[in-house]
Structure formats: C-alpha cells, structure tokens
Design a protein around this ligand. Structure first.
Ligand SMILES: [Zn+2]
Length: 247
C-alpha cells in the first residue's frame, strides 16, 4: 500500500495526457511545487473534477507511484470564481503564475513563495475590476515579493558612483543591484557584461512608490503603455535573474 500524502495547494497548470488523464502542476504549502497525474479526470464521472482545476485552492491527497505522483483526492477550498470568470483577472494571474512556475524549484518547500501566491490570489479575487488597477496590483505584488526575498533594487542612488539618480537615461543592471546612471553604464562598459535593460523614468518612479508604500498608495500610480511594457520586461527578467542567482 502506498503512503498517502496530504497538502494544501493552488493548481497552476494542467496538461492533457493520454485518453483521459491530466498532468497537473500544483504549488503546495507543504511540498512546494509538485506535479501529479490525475487519472481519468477528463471523464465526466471523475470525482477529482470538482476539486482539481487550474486556479483552484484545494486540499489534496496523492500517492507516490513508481515514476510519478498520482492524485487520489482533491477538495476545493476556494475556486476563485472572480479570477476564473473575469478575463482581465485571469490574464494577470496567468502572468504571475508563469513567472512563479519558472522561479519555484520542484518539490522545495518555500513558505514565502506560498504566502505570496495565496495573498496575490486573494487580493486579485476581491479587487473591483472597475478600477482597472489590476496591472498595477500585479506589479506591486511582484516587487513586494522581491523585497520580501531581500532583493529590493537600489532606485535612488547609482550603486557605482553613489550619486543621486536624476531623471535622465539610466539602466537597470541586476548584477549591480539596481539602477545605474548612464555615465557609469558607459564608463564600465556594462553593455557587454551581461544582463541590463534601459529603464524609463516613469518605471523608476513607480517602483520607488511600490517599494516604499502600502496597497492604498500603490494603487494611485499611473503610467502609459510604453512604461507598462518596460516594467513587464524588467519584472520578468529580474525574476529570472533572481531565480538563476539565488538559492
Ligand atoms: Zn553612476
């Protein structure tokens, strides 16, 4: 008889397998990110269907098979109806989950990551869509999370010359710990030395607010489409950089 494991987790990805199975990726509180096979879940009669689907928070039970884990039970605690039904909300959650999926190591418990994921789901679920502040909430969550990990970037002074950053051309250089002024960027030939991004003045301003303020203040930040794209590029790449460089 296989030992049964219990956990609480959020389903973040599903892939069909064979006739009626699915491979599910779950971020759990107890085991970190795991993959389980849900046998026969695509059959209408499967009892797993009610508790195992993308973006559900569920109590799950699984056994360790010879080569993979098998989901034996799933009871939904929260199905996050609003996230599942409102496309804007699902889009944001997809982006966050995609980054998390890349960042989280397989089967490594990570309490901070778990709390971050749960909190983000709860906040976005309860957000009023009319405010159209979802993008902001999403970014805010991410950068707060970097800060929780201890990787809040330097946004006020150039880490190389220590001078105050003036609103001009600057670059986000993760290996230097934040935003570098253009003089230092060119003097140190940083263009050739790895990961860097041009960062817009509006992006720096937004990050300054988010990393020093609470939810209410963070929601007041507004910026254009271009700065938003710039922010996504930087958020995503910083996330990847951190994943590769911290452990
Ligand atoms: Zn400098």
């Amino acid at each position: 008889m296989h030992q049964r494991y219990r956990a609480k987790g959020i389903f973040i990805k599903k892939q069909d397998q064979g006739e009626a199975d699915q491979l599910l990726t779950i971020f759990t509180e107890q085991f970190g990110k795991i993959e389980v096979v849900a046998k026969g879940i695509r059959k209408i009669t499967s009892k797993l269907r009610a508790g195992a689907d993308v973006f559900y928070l569920s109590e799950i039970e699984f056994v360790q098979g010879k080569s993979y884990k098998i989901l034996t039970d799933a009871v939904a605690v929260d199905r996050f109806d609003s996230i599942c039904q409102e496309p804007e909300k699902s889009q944001i959650i997809y982006k966050i989950v995609e980054l998390l999926n890349q960042f989280a190591n397989q089967e490594a418990t990570d309490e901070k990551l778990w709390r971050f994921l749960l909190q983000t789901f709860e906040v976005i679920e309860n957000l009023e869509i009319r405010n159209l502040k979802l993008e902001i909430i999403c970014h805010y969550s991410l950068w707060k999370f970097f800060a929780v990990l201890g990787y809040s970037p330097e946004l006020h002074h150039c880490p190389l010359c220590c001078k105050k950053l003036l609103p001009e051309t600057f670059f986000f250089v993760p290996s230097e710990g934040g935003v570098v002024c253009w003089q230092c960027f060119s003097a140190n030939d940083l263009k050739k030395s790895g990961l860097w991004f041009p960062i817009k003045v509006d992006t720096v301003k937004a990050l300054r607010v988010w990393l020093s303020q609470d939810w209410a203040e963070a929601g007041k930040v507004s910026f254009g489409q271009e700065a938003q794209q710039n922010l996504w590029d930087i958020s995503k790449n910083y996330f990847i950089y951190l994943r590769e460089n911290i452990s």
